[in-house]
Design a protein around this ligand. Structure first.
Ligand SMILES: Nc1ncnc2c1ncn2[C@@H]1O[C@H](COP(=O)(O)OP(=O)(O)OP(=O)(O)O)[C@@H](O)[C@H]1O
Ligand SMILES: [Mg+2]
Length: 329
């Protein structure tokens, strides 16, 4: 009996041969479905049938297998979402969620179909900030949730799945699985910009999530204190290591404006995030002041961009949103 494999390989390269079976002289070859392969298959069959001991030669054609994603990790695929932007921070409590929600409203003001997804399992706060706390999500067909919608922005939160006072003690894979499922099972519709409020820090959950979400890039939020900036650098390093683009650093609570004299006071130091961005070779996106109106409006469920559309704060968020859109294009 001749070497069947050698004969087949004379006609086809290895990546076109899916399978070769020899059942007592009845040969079944499975090949990738291309017009050239179909043509060559006739010659192969003739040669095989002339070989000693071959009674039958059959060729089956099959579709090409999907190429694996280069990193080996399959990303969540959402065809109707054009851009996904993460808002992340190395340290908790720096104003990541406040920034994410105001940026989302700013994108909507700039004419983008916008959504926000709250993936912060440790402290989901988007329901409070967009006034859908205590409202269970609606599903018309029992499998897909309708997103909430407020101020022209669609929203869903991992906090919608659990009640507010239950701490989320899911570990790694379970947390990521729940986040992925909720994200995929929300009826987002067509979205230009999806903002994702990420869990703070650089642990396993953050890394896995960041590898699985098909990010166009992430914005790193930091306050000007050294301790927050050190953690911001850790965040930048984490995203770089897993090949997620950094869209830039944003300095939150940058300065305080004296309500009496209007003077800016840089209570935590002046150019921390800007200098850190320069040192790392990343874009500095801008600064947002420490302003009581930002906190009060977020707590009240009407973020400042919606509550005070003509304020300098809204302008600042819109300018940053514009820079991000530019970085995306
Ligand atoms: N620029 C700002 N001016 C005034 N208050 C702010 C500003 N940014 C955020 N805050 C307030 O600081 C607190 C923390 O902000 P936020 O919840 O957005 O932080 P976070 O980084 O998302 O925190 P966590 O790590 O808990 O998720 C909130 O009370 C918020 O209203
Ligand atoms: Mg938060």
């Amino acid at each position: 009996m001749p070497n069947i494999e050698q004969i087949v390989q004379k006609y086809f390269s290895l990546e076109h041969i899916e399978n070769i079976q020899n059942l007592d002289g009845r040969i079944i070859i499975t090949l990738i479905d291309t017009p050239e392969n179909m043509e060559k298959a006739e010659d192969l069959k003739k040669e095989l049938l002339n070989a000693d001991g071959v009674s039958k030669a059959t060729v089956i054609f099959t579709r090409k297998k999907a190429a694996p994603v280069s990193s080996g990790i399959e990303k969540w695929k959402m065809q109707n979402i054009k851009h996904i932007i993460g808002v992340a921070s190395g340290k908790g409590g720096v104003g990541k969620s406040t920034t994410a929600v105001n940026l989302a409203l700013a994108f909507a003001n700039l004419g983008q179909k916008t959504a926000i997804f709250d993936a912060d399992i440790y402290g989901p706060s988007i329901p409070t900030m967009l006034s859908f706390e205590n409202t269970p999500p609606v599903s018309y067909n029992g499998t897909i949730f309708e997103p909430f919608e407020n101020f022209g922005v669609k929203a869903m939160s991992i906090g919608s799945l659990v009640d507010r006072d239950t701490p989320l003690i899911w570990r790694g894979a379970k947390a990521c699985g729940a986040i992925e499922q909720l994200f995929k099972e929300t009826n987002w519709g067509d979205i230009d910009v999806m903002v994702i409020d990420m869990p703070p820090g650089t642990g396993d959950i953050q890394i896995t999530l960041s590898q699985r979400i098909d990010f166009d890039g992430v914005v790193i939020v930091s306050t000007p204190q050294d301790i927050a900036l050190i953690d911001a650098v850790k965040g930048v390093n984490m995203f770089e290591k897993i090949d997620v683009k950094i869209l830039g650093l944003l300095q939150n609570m940058a300065y305080y404006v004296c309500p009496d004299c209007g003077k800016k006071a840089y209570i935590f130091g002046e150019n921390g995030a800007k200098e850190t961005a320069e040192r790392l070779g990343e874009q500095f996106l801008g600064e947002i002041p420490l302003d009581i109106a930002i906190r009060q409006n977020a707590d009240a469920g009407t973020p400042v961009v919606a509550a005070l559309p003509d304020s300098p704060n809204t302008k600042a968020y819109e300018e940053i949103a514009q820079k991000i859109l530019k970085a995306l294009s």
